[in-house]
Design a protein around this ligand. Sequence first.
Ligand code: DPP
Ligand code: ZN
Length: 884
Amino acid sequence: APLIRREDYTAPAYTIRQAELTFDLDAAKTIVASKLSVQRDTAQDKQPLRLHGEDLNLLRVLVDGQSVAFRHEDGLLVLEAPEADSFTLEIRNTIAPEKNTQLSGLYASGSGLFTQCEAEGFRRITYFLDRPDVMATFTVTLRADKAKYPVLLSNGNLVGQGELDGGRHFAVWNDPFPKPSYLFALVAADLVRREQRVTSRSGQEHLLQIYVKRGDLEKTEHAMNSLIASIIWDEHRFGLPLDLERFMIVAVDDFNMGAMENKGLNIFNTKFVLASPATATDDDFDGIESVVGHEYFHNWTGNRITCRDWFQLSLKEGLTVFRDQEFSMDMSGSASARAVRRIADVSSLRERQFTEDAGAMAHPVRPDAYQAIDNFYTPTIYEKGAEVVRMMHTLVGRAGFAAGMKLYFQRHDGQAVTCDDFAQAIADANPDSTLAQQLPLFKRWYSQAGTPRLQARGQWDADNATYTLTLSQHTPATPGQSAKQPQLLPVRMGLVGRDGQPVALQLQGEAGAAGTERVLVLTEAEQRFVFTGVTQDVVPSLLRGFSAPVLLDDGLGDAELLVLLAHDADAFNRWEASQRLAVHRLRAAVQGSGAVQLDEAYLGALRALLLDPVLDPSFKARALQLPVETYLAELITPVDPQRIHAACESWLDQVAACLQADWAATFDAMQVREGYRPDATQSGQRALANLALAMLVRHAVATGDAVWPGRAFQRVKDATNMTDRLGALEALVNAHAPLAQPALERFLALAGTEALVVDKWFQVQARAAEKDGRVFARVRQLLQHPQFTLSNPNRARSVLSSLVMFNPAAFHRSDAAGYVLWADMVIALDAANPQLASRIARALDRWTALAEPYRSAAREAIARVAASTRLSGDVREIVTRALD
Ligand code: DPP
Ligand code: ZN
């Protein structure tokens, strides 16, 4: 596939104003008739009309009712420019949904038909100008067998429906909002729905509907509540109302992504719709709230204002992730619960995006080139993009950001725009802000790939009572970008006395009252900040709330980190101190004897944390957990996954043993006695109880004690909610307890036909802590299990992503068997579903950082995939970049 470059962007030579589509729906052969009002851009030279189309069977093309000559060229349908500047183009083609295993375009899932058009799926339905800066109003007629497809949905408002001959029926939908084709959707299926009417602040009534398969209706209450909360939140926080009479969500079993924000007709992976206490964990409930919010918020940030081209993807995705993160924080209640949310978001950023930024696929938030756009739905576009928006929010403040959003909608509603347009609007609404004054510098966040390193060194001068903080930065080279320039880094910070008290922050030469927290803005490679009136030595608490997405080196030792862990006013940095204290010990172990040495001061601090009467259980659970092994691999190089895993296991063994009595007391204290609610309070208690149980089972298995494994087994059988059941199962499986196997059998029997629960059963085993190769061997068996299939993305990921993305110790084997399996699976999956295959393919992005023998073996496996002659463009791009 050719490389597509951002600098080559040109405005479309033709645009489509209106699209009338008629579908005669059938799984084997669907007939698509489209009638398009096309207009030539008369400011440009006359060019042929080039339409996108893929895997289509073309029947006829008419311009203003006359047949015309056409040709196929580079996957495009090319028509010589018609005489008239505006004309009607009619196209008829057929497609075969049941053969569409890519799940892009119109495809069959179960007995229904569904669409996924972002980014370039619409061209797999009919010929079109399938690019986001061509926006049309759509009128869609759906015709189908009524018994098979009783529900017929598309975007917008239902304007007609009725019966046809031969047991068929039809529905006509009209979407009054011009939209790009990637937001088109249709559904034809046998579904049931939950619905609710709500009235927005302005007094307008809206009909909300969630469509699911028969039997799943009781599991839609949380999704509906989340949708209603999202509508209220967006009106309240940003003044953005629901602009549609009807808003629909449809759940589908087979889906490549999490969900899709099609105008008025969101299509969701069932994983982000269906939940009951018996089938979903607290994390699943949270995930539903955040994804329902995310897709709903796209209605303004994505749909009303969309992207000019796909290089601007973060315009809508980074901004919408920022909005869904804020929504989840606002929904979670207390300041402490907000901090835990932030900790979770930052953990995910570091585990997924920092690793991406360090590897072969490193790219800027606004990429410069791609081969397959589907490969750029990445943590960089989404999560780092959200951090860029968050930094703007930090620089202009909450009210300033709201004013910037308002200006953005005033200027660009109904348009397809760029990341520059967004940043300009936020800056223009805040002309006196650092953002406005430093906008070109700030925008390096869009153009520069790689994670900046922030170094900080402090010096207390007792004689002058000053504290000098020197901040410096550099960003390592990334593929294709060797020279990096300084970036604008907002550093939220405080100074903490050795007694734990916050210190007033008065910068030299500055008048006025001093607070105990402020934001320093680093704009150069190195800058010094001198604080006055500092009469005691202090510990710097930098990057509070993770105010910039950087790797911080502040040179703090254990003594200082213990002060921050015990006293920092910023909950995020307290958590961060806990993580760094652990990393110090793990690094020493990996680079030394292999086993960690846990000293009394450290164990005492962990005990104090666990037993602290004030701290939230959810915070404790986070602070008492190790960073995941994929992120540790970024901190401890060269990467030896086996040694990292061994060090983590040794840490866990000792923390389990040394705090055994405290874990037991905690487990009992954390039992929830009221009825199940997936709220922050209860889920925090369950998270800490599950952590305690995992420690207790681990220690019991090590010592041959049967009590705690027995209790965990009992819990797998009797738990009244999935969080407790799954937590107990994980405790047994990760500890390789003898009761793990009967517990797994019981769990699967209880799962019955609940696909999402069966996914968990596979996932628990594929993500289990590796021990003597047993987990890898089990994964091989799971791939042969009658309930395993590669054709359902959730099921395929429950085993394969779990192994290659989330279980480094099981995957990276000295005999290279993990890599051989990876290569086989990538090639097999690619033949059916390139998007899914290319996600799995990315597991070896970081192969150059691996220690031997892993490094050479990984290279060989990548080369084997690259040598395969029938690769999709998606996978080809990933393996080519890996080998570059
Ligand atoms: N459906 C994906 C998302 O919402 C792509 N837009 O992020
Ligand atoms: Zn999105």
